[in-house]
Design a protein around this ligand. Structure first.
Ligand SMILES: Cc1cc2nc3c(=O)[nH]c(=O)nc-3n(C[C@H](O)[C@H](O)[C@H](O)COP(=O)(O)O)c2cc1C
Length: 374
């Protein structure tokens, strides 16, 4: 089967992506100390660009020192970070029209920084970290909106093609969306509208500063998979609201560290053993798609087979497909598929990459390394 749609171009706002393959944001622990971008980080992204991915989304990049997830996480909270990011963007742009977005994050209730207290919309104890975060005041939330906007402006100035807000997996922005972690009584809590206010305010703040052409994307929690958490019906409404407010692309996701306390094989990085386990966010993506109009839909989660990806795209169920673990094993996967080898990704979803990430060392695929040793 020819993978015609998979390798056809499509726009996000006015930026053309050369094919429908996105690298989903993937933490790699390869920045230098204090979050500076150095050679090993750039080399990793160069490998992805060389491998044929149309749109590369960087790993979660911290907007504030209080919201970092480890010493080797990329940061963009200070102008001194800019030169490394500019170098990265220029390198990726050397590869036949590859586009690069930056993912912006604050760890929120999942943070455990030695110097900064853990903060969140509400002081709800986390079984996962053992920490009860400090509740932010309304004024502090407005300050955080400015912090996200400032990082987005830096990303624009560094030449990134777009930004993606990380509002999934239990981190800061996700904490506002979820009724389990947001019990506020002010304008940032309560109704869905209030719980998404922070996202809209960041969107509007950025849009005002960078004009109408720069795409603003969001990785969006659409289901928490925890008791009393965000449920699918609300997630679908959220996506609709954000598309109407102007977001240019939505990558629906769910779960996170806290959902893993309730079920081992859960979102966002589920184990995929059989074809029926693949494309696990497709059922919810289908319910979101018809509400989106000009906003692109990016499907992530267990996409392993190019033929089923082609069919999903041909049927217009989503606009792009997004890969994380498969590109750790095979950064050259898009080129392999484009050259006619239609066999599925070699990734066996063992999540060994995840275990390596948790150790705080540069991420790699253990399965691949073991096979290479034989
Ligand atoms: C090692 C590792 C690091 C990840 N880091 C991020 C991240 O920085 N930001 C994010 O939004 N998702 C992150 N994810 C989740 C992935 O982007 C993706 O949503 C999930 O793994 C499902 O896609 P896949 O089946 O293609 O791996 C990470 C996943 C893994 C395995």
């Amino acid at each position: 089967m020819a993978l015609e749609t998979l390798f056809s171009p499509k726009n996000i706002r006015n930026v053309q992506i050369k094919n429908r393959i996105v690298r989903s944001a993937t933490f790699t622990n390869t920045a230098e100390k204090y979050g500076y971008i150095g050679d090993r980080f750039i080399e990793l992204y160069e490998t992805l660009a060389e491998g044929g991915t149309g749109l590369i989304i960087t790993e979660a990049t911290a907007v504030d020192p209080s919201g970092t997830g480890g010493p080797y996480q990329a940061c963009l909270y200070d102008n001194s970070h800019n030169p490394g990011h500019k170098k990265l963007v220029n390198k990726v742009h050397e590869y036949s029209d590859t586009k690069i977005a930056i993912q912006l994050v604050h760890t929120g209730r999942l943070g455990y920084h030695p110097k900064y207290p853990t903060v969140a919309p509400s002081p709800i104890h986390s079984e996962s970290t053992g920490i009860t975060p400090r509740e932010l005041s309304t004024e502090e939330i407005y300050e955080f909106i400015q912090i996200f906007v400032a990082s987005g402006i830096r990303a624009y100035e560094c030449g990134y093609d777009m930004v993606q807000l990380h509002a999934a997996h239990g981190y800061f922005l996700c904490n506002f969306i979820s009724p389990f972690t947001n019990k506020r009584n002010d304008e940032f809590g309560g109704s869905i509208k209030n719980r998404t206010k922070i996202l809209i305010d960041i969107y509007n703040g950025l849009r005002d500063e960078i004009g109408k052409n720069f795409p603003i994307l969001i990785k969006l929690q659409v289901v928490d998979a925890i008791p009393n958490g965000l449920i699918e019906e609300e997630g679908i409404k959220l996506a609709k609201n954000l598309a109407e407010m102007g977001f240019d692309a939505i990558e629906p996701s769910g779960g996170g560290r806290e959902s893993q306390m309730f079920e081992k094989n859960t979102f966002p990085s589920k184990v995929v053993k059989k074809p029926k386990d693949e494309n696990y966010f497709l059922p919810i993506a289908k319910k979101i798609k018809h509400n989106l109009k000009n906003c692109a839909l990016i499907l992530v989660g267990g996409i392993r087979n190019p033929i089923s990806a082609e069919k999903i795209l041909q049927d217009n169920e989503v606009d792009f497909i997004s890969l994380s673990r498969p590109l750790i094993y095979e950064p050259e996967l898009p080129n392999r598929w484009q050259m006619g080898d239609n066999s599925p990704a070699k990734c066996i979803s063992c999540n060994s990459c995840y275990t390596i990430m948790e150790k705080g060392v540069p991420v790699y695929c253990v399965t691949k390394k073991n096979l290479e040793k034989k």
